[in-house]
Design a protein around this ligand. Sequence first.
Ligand SMILES: *[C@@H]1O[C@H](CO)[C@@H](O)[C@H](O)[C@H]1NC(C)=O
Length: 327
Amino acid sequence: MQDYANAVKEFVEDHYTGVTFVLITGVGLFGFRRWLAGGVCRSKARLDGKTVLITGGNTGIGKETAVDMAKRGARVILACRDMSRAHKAAEEIRKRSGNENVTVKMLDLASLQSVRDLVKDVQQSEQRLDILINNAGVMMCPKWHTDEGFEMQIGVNHLGHFLLTNLLLDLLKKSAPSRIVNVASVAHERGKINFNDINMDKDYDPYQSYYRSKLANVLFTRELAIKLRDTGVTTYALHPGVIRTELGRHVFSNLWRKLIILPFYFFFKNPWQGAQTTIYCAVDESLKHSSGLYYSDCAPKETAPQGRDDVAARRLWDLSASMVGLA
Ligand SMILES: *[C@@H]1O[C@H](CO)[C@@H](O)[C@H](O)[C@H]1NC(C)=O
């Protein structure tokens, strides 16, 4: 033991600069990583007797959010496109939360018929809906189209959720106080909505298409809050953080890009960290009387100017309503 201590002492004395460097760098990196991880939802709110529906809850932050909701005692409905993956995720969520009340329903947001079918199913089988989490999304995919011929990113990220939310409003109002959480992104800051070419038929750009679909989430939240005034239903938009999930599958699709991106994985939030702001918006007591705003790192955040444009929010609402056949 004595020998060992002496050996360590000698080593440190001989390599004083190196050891100091390693220690300082280590502590620095650790602190930096903690800082990058962002806010944590500290609310202890329970959800016993309540029901949460989350779109795309079978992977990434959606799954982590679902685990958290289940731990708080909620009945959790995963609305997913791939049923076999959804069933597997539901099993994992039951195990990790110790809550058996986790169920799976089919939802393909790229099909308005699928949205209507899911809503019918929910209306028939559920007594209540306390929290709707619009979490599913596609990111920077090629120029694909939904069943109705909408450009895929605006179709799934905005229009499908727009219809879903509107058709579930009666149940949400009946269960008030209830919440609608829209997972947007800081990417909205680069978004512009061209109302004359909402599907970007003229010049499709996968990045701009994504940015404007996230801006649509922010504007939707804003107008929805106005429409829901005095109903007991509140709504929130948020930026989850840069996360290592499958959402990036179109961005990092080839091996070289994967290798280049690898070192940056250190800087990304893990899915649990990425889920914290969604959870905060879904349950935190301090947000009870807020609605229509935008959050990041478990705190309110100002949107980009185009995210506060009430005229555009209204116009997007009307256009969306006519596109999905609600007007
Ligand atoms: C599942 O959750 C719902 C809503 O929270 C509740 O009414 C129901 O009793 C629960 N079912 C079981 C089997 O725990």
